[in-house]
Design a protein around this ligand. Structure first.
Ligand code: SF4
Ligand code: SF4
Length: 108
């Protein structure tokens, strides 16, 4: 499922020339609108690599889980740590499960 941007959390990367989600998307799909908020320009072209989701510094992007797996409202949000990534999976009832894994980079 394409990324969903929480416009309350997105700050347009504080006016950076090239916001993180725009920079990282391998398909050049992310853009920032006149309102200063990010959006996906072509939802059908997104292949769910989740790079934008992982790289957003304000955690404004979440991935909706396809209905075949989680139904409407289920979502998956990653939190990058030093040497780890934690995936927070929320089901349709709001229950959360966390999955923490080691990663090779040292991003905060
Ligand atoms: S990386 Fe996050 S905060 Fe920056 S423009 Fe994209 S959605 Fe907004
Ligand atoms: S999930 Fe991947 S392909 Fe889709 S918009 Fe984000 S970075 Fe681009």
């Amino acid at each position: 499922m394409p990324p969903k941007v929480d416009t309350k959390k997105c700050n347009g990367c504080a006016g950076r020339t090239e916001p993180q989600c725009v920079r990282i998307c391998p398909g050049d799909l992310m853009a920032v609108g006149e309102d200063g908020k990010a959006y996906c320009r072509s939802l059908r072209d997104c292949w769910d690599c989740m790079s934008c989701t992982k790289d957003c510094p304000t955690k404004a992007i979440e991935t909706r889980i396809p209905y075949q797996l989680g139904y409407h409202g289920a979502k998956l949000v990653p939190f990058m740590g030093k040497g780890t990534i934690t995936w927070i999976c929320t089901d349709i009832y709001g229950n959360e499960e966390r999955f923490k894994y080691r990663i090779r980079n040292n991003a905060d």
